[in-house]
Write a protein of this length. Structure first.
Length: 123
């Protein structure tokens, strides 16, 4: 009798199923990563636009001929196709010649998206 050698051709069903399971886990991880990256990009966009609004308010305060009145002022500004609520709180400093101005910008959800503090001459 002659021993016949058998050569295995291809993969077994178990090997194919294991490979599919590994591939599906990797694909799910990539999909989750993509979703997280999209959410992060949207939050960064919101924070960037809010920072621009805060800087716009700071520039207005700094170039105004007269210093702002002490106390709190608020308003809205349209930027990036959205309305942003800003609050400007002008306070005294230990040096009577200077004012401290805190600017906070909130998005449509009401959460503070940006904050900026500037100091300018009081008079």
């Amino acid at each position: 009798m002659r021993a016949e050698s058998r050569h295995q051709q291809g993969f077994t069903l178990v090997e194919v199923l294991v490979a599919l399971a590994i591939f599906s886990l990797a694909a799910l991880a990539l999909l989750r990563l993509q979703g997280s990256a999209s959410g992060t990009a949207a939050r960064l966009d919101d924070k960037t636009l809010a920072a621009i609004v805060a800087r716009n308010q700071a520039v207005e305060v700094m170039i105004a001929a007269l210093p702002p009145a002490f106390g709190r002022q608020s308003g809205t500004e349209r930027n990036g196709g959205r309305d942003w609520r800003w609050t400007r709180d002008t306070q005294r400093t230990p040096d009577p010649r200077l004012q401290r101005i805190e600017i906070r910008v909130a998005g449509p959800d009401g959460d503070t998206a940006a904050a900026l503090t500037v100091v300018r001459r009081a008079a």
